[in-house]
Design a binder for this molecule. Sequence first.
Ligand code: TXA
Ligand code: MG
Length: 318
Amino acid sequence: MTEITKNTDIAVKEILNGNVVALPTETVYGLGANGLKKRAVLKIFEIKRRPSFNPLILHVFEIADIEKYAKNIPDEVYMLADKFSPGPLTFVLPKKKIVPDIVTAGLESVAIRLPAHKKFRKVLKETGVPIAAPSANMFGKISPTTAKDVYKELSGKINYVLDGGKCKIGLESTVLSFVGNKINILRPGYITKKDIEKVIGNKFSDKSRNKNEKILSPGMLKSHYAPSTPLYIIEDIALANNLKNKFGVVDLLKYKNLRTVAYNLFEEFRKIDNPKYEFALIQKVEESGLGIAINDRIEKASIGNIIFVSGNLKFRKK
Ligand code: TXA
Ligand code: MG
């Protein structure tokens, strides 16, 4: 039996008992366990059916905690943490031994973030342990932004979902790597490249954008957050609007700015996740600022492009 609760004490108990519990963050819901206990972390992988090569983010309460789990921390991390933490920015740094290999999938680096959600912070403070947590969805599915989304997918697999309302941001954190004396964005997120440059200047090595480069972060896999309905990208969604009945349309143009697109994006993906649609169409947003993270998630959710050729649809799979 799984229960949705608003009581943080229950989540604290679950973590301290070595169980897995769903927790709200400002980005998306996380599936948390004591990040120092191998057996507890293993349960996360089992519940999500997440491949063991995909490392987890360690969530901590305050900036000083970063030093407990990471070493060789460059000044830029402190500058960025001062500005954006707690918040949607994750630092990948050389790990200390205390972090179990299962958290980092055997890597020598660890991803660390200070979540901003009040309830998550309360759980961190009261448990006194770092909490390893991926997004609270089954592997390859859409990240949840409400307690109900989590419940629908994980009911029966965990005891509790801590309800903290709808996630304010709606997209996963920006993952920024400092490994090997280089700075790379491994996953674009709410904190944009420009936001980062304003604090530390342009120090990116931009290796992560080179397609020939080995995948640095499994979150960079081309497809990741797929709805079950095949989703195709279309240049101009207006062309599809009169055909709405035949397939699902994710209309992002109705939102007034990129923040509200981010806030609603995964819910929009969920809406088309319905067997009545054979496939669905989506148009990307402008590729700048927060639009880069939004388009990244659209790319990952889609299986190809669609074009109109003399009134007929042509599908081009990836
Ligand atoms: O906003 C978020 O980041 C949410 C909330 C729950 O905090 N978490 C989240 O976790 O999105 P997850 O596991 O779905 O995505 C974490 C990403 C993955 O792409 C993973 O490969 C990458 O971070 N990652 C974790 N540790 C890493 C490491 N040591 N080196 C490179 N990438 C790492
Ligand atoms: Mg995820």
